[in-house]
Design a protein around this ligand. Sequence first.
Ligand code: ATR
Length: 277
Amino acid sequence: MDNERPLLAAVLGNPISHSRSPRMHNYWLKKNKINGYYLPIKVELEDFERVIRSLIKMGFSGVNVTIPFKLSAMKIADECSDIAKYIGAANTLTFTKEEKIYADNTDAYGFINNIKSKYADWCPKKGASLVLGAGGASRAVIAALLSEGSDKIIVINRTIEKAEKLKIQFENKINVESWNDLNEIAASSTNIINTTSLGMNDESFIPINPESIPKDALVSDLVYVPLETNFLKMARNRESRTVDGLGMLIHQAIPGFKYWFGKTPISTEELRAILVK
Ligand code: ATR
């Protein structure tokens, strides 16, 4: 470790106590022998910009933002990445020497790189992708699939109106189908991605028949508690390829760490074990 001033970053949210980001970044800081700290900070909505300006003055390198600040982060940024503009939300802010704010969204990157780290040959252009859910996470997954050249994306959401709004936002590049047709659509999909909270803590289930999951499909779940959701278990029993949500959480954090602390960290089994505790 050097004796220079420590590098500082944080995650801002409300609530924030559940966030696994501090554990992850502090693990990487230690592994890379970097003199730095990553803090969880709970912020009230009306204080968001003031807190950000203070952190800049205090010499922070940047922050992650989570619910409910992903939209406010875009508004206060001096510059936004193309993917952040496309998704319409930011999760990673970097502060420049000139005290400017650069906003990025690394969720799409995290989604793609997590899958490719496990299945290097994965190509979403092949076949149809079914996205369950139409919230913030769904927007990032759709943007990721489109950026990879996917031209057949079907969104199914309990509240169909929200999916229809996404269709407008993504200029009719996605199709919307009814929640009641979930089994039929799944059966003809090559990628199935759950972006809803169904399955979290094993408290709910995706209403899908195991037989509707094609054996050659790649099934991914953004839920990571439990690590293997009921949905992923179902897919594994069908011998489909599966990808869990913890990997996306880790991969979306990599660009932020690189921006603020200057090194590209890696996902390890040791880190995964620390995060599921
Ligand atoms: P996130 O930012 O994580 O995507 P969100 O924007 O609140 O969170 O979106 C949550 C998603 O989970 C939505 O698609 C929501 O469906 P609705 O739009 O119908 O609310 C979905 N979801 C949550 N609970 C659900 C449930 N019990 N059944 C079906 N879908 C559910």
